[in-house]
Design a protein around this ligand. Structure first.
Ligand SMILES: [Zn+2]
Length: 274
């Protein structure tokens, strides 16, 4: 009998404990029962949203600096043509260039300029997004040219607005940055460069320096491109008349600075408009 009593007591204790647990758990669960279940399905939704949102916000910046092709190409998908476009300057772009490449005395109205986005193949062989500001008169040419160069996997080291270098042409060239619009005079002269109108573009400027003679002395800019003034070197980044870049630009009516007589601007293509 005693055993039975003990077993009964144990059983009762178990029942009591289960009941207690039930009571403790129940209200907690019950309160959240509906929302709890939904919460389980909802919770994952806001989570990716909070992780995705910053990624999307930061993407334009990420893409300016070299990004692995895998990331970019995955995001782009099959239709890469939408990655080649131009548009009027947004307020955001105007803020970026005002007082830098778009100097306070700039006589070229914003309406004359276009912000261009393209894909290019970097020196790492991967795809990258590049940006330029050019004159609206050549915006379509630029899109077509860079699409051709991309398809041919023409290597370009970097392509961000010169404003990322405080619109300092020399710093931008030193970084081997491909760029176009910059309201400035031709180095060492008093007249405006065609870059001031977004009608000239410099490609891989460190490997394709500007070589001229000043007071009988050879001057090469950028300085870190000095050894590339020797065009007899075998360098895959050199622009010459056999180069795909030279062909693409000249076919679109541009002239090349490497063909100038008194100086050589190997990085430079320009299109004079009436
Ligand atoms: Zn130039």
């Amino acid at each position: 009998m005693q055993k039975c009593g003990l077993i009964a007591a144990i059983l009762l204790t178990c029942v009591y404990l289960v009941a207690c647990n039930y009571k403790v758990d129940r209200p907690a669960n019950q309160g959240k029962q509906d929302s709890g279940d939904i919460g389980m399905t909802i919770t994952p939704t806001p989570e990716p949203a909070t992780t995705i949102l910053p990624t999307i916000t930061e993407e334009p910046e990420d893409t300016i600096t070299p990004t692995p092709e895998g990331d970019i190409m995955e995001a782009i998908g099959e239709d890469i043509s939408k990655e080649f476009y131009y548009e009027e300057l947004s307020d955001e772009i105007k803020d970026r260039i005002q007082g830098k490449s778009y100097k306070d005395n700039c006589e070229v109205p914003y309406e004359e300029l276009r912000y261009v986005r393209v894909l290019y193949v970097g020196f790492d062989g991967e795809s990258h997004r590049g940006e330029l500001i050019v004159n609206k008169a050549i915006a379509k040419d630029i899109i077509e040219i860079f699409r051709e160069l991309y398809d041919e996997k023409y290597p370009i080291e970097r392509m961000v607005l010169v404003d990322e270098y405080d619109a300092d042409d020399n710093t931008s060239m030193t970084a081997d940055n491909t760029s176009s619009f910059n309201y400035r005079k031709v180095d060492g002269t008093d007249h405006l460069s065609l870059h001031s109108y977004g009608l000239a573009i410099d490609i891989n400027p460190m490997y394709n320096p500007y070589v001229r003679t000043v007071d009988g002395k050879k001057v090469i800019t950028p300085e870190n491109g000095s050894s590339y003034a020797d065009r007899s070197l075998a360098c895959e980044y050199y622009i010459d008349k056999e180069d795909a870049c030279y062909k693409a630009f000249t076919e679109h009516g541009f002239t090349w600075g490497g063909a100038w007589v008194n100086s050589k601007d190997y990085q430079h293509f320009q299109k004079k408009m009436d």
